[in-house]
Design a protein. Sequence first.
Length: 332
Amino acid sequence: MSRILTMGEIMLRLSTSNDCRLSEAKQLQVNYGGAEANVAISLANFNHQVSFASKVPNNPLGNAAKKHLHRFGVSTEFLLFGGARLGSYYLENGVGERSSSVIYDRAHSSFTEMERLEWSMDELFHDVELFHVSGITPALSAGWATMTHHLMKEAKKRQVKISFDINYRGKLWSYPEAGKVLATLLPYVDYCSAGKLDAINLLGIEEHELDDLSSYYEQINKIYPNIEVFYSTLRVINSTSDHTLVGTIWSNGSLYRSKKHYLAPIIDRVGGGDAFSAGTLHGILSKCDFDYTVSFATAAAALKHTIYGDCNQFSIEEVEEFMNRQDQRIIR
């Protein structure tokens, strides 16, 4: 299988039970996650060789983050140790009509405080086929916006394909700030996770009355013809714990859609988009057709909603079995 490099911040996640407000919590569930780390774990579960690059403090929390990655077979040869603290976030789990909410506590973390790239670029990208990063990383600081741009340039020098998930977070930066940085990054991207709202709010595509996702991708592709594949999910939220999900992939003028998945009840939504990204990248790297790829990726995302934590835990065989099932009878 392919050798893949992902880079980003891995964080400590502290979350409430569904029936408890964060302000009233007496105990919190502990997990570790982050967009690029979640993608790395899914791809390792799909039998790819995956390395995750980041920086964590040299303390028990940093070591716990490393062990979390090792549990799922992700290489940590490029996981640096140093700095003051591990970034964290608090998740108040919603239920029914009460939405989930996130509080970030990642300022001055080991990764955020990096002022230069502390890896050898030749070692980092040696024998790498794909580099994956998300828009969360350049949103962390002006320095990381510059370093993400430099990493993409270095990857391209070595003919490495680049996957980029826009992954806009309004708590980290504004639309104008993000749009300015994206204009410097997207010329290097081969595979891009972006939806209709990204096109309108970040990329300057004019909204039109026809709800035709393909036309938005075609307009973005005219600006950035280097992007070979766009992928995204279409989610309908009936309540916090009841969604429907359809996956889409666009390439070379054609839009591919998965079947509709009914997600109810949802155990944990966090990481669902990362599971979809990983499923899409698995299909592309495995040279599968797009009908299979969009079905596989959406099935992987749907399964992620059924388990607790940031990362997906399913193998290729388990995703394919779920993808092809006609009912939910007990498997025995």
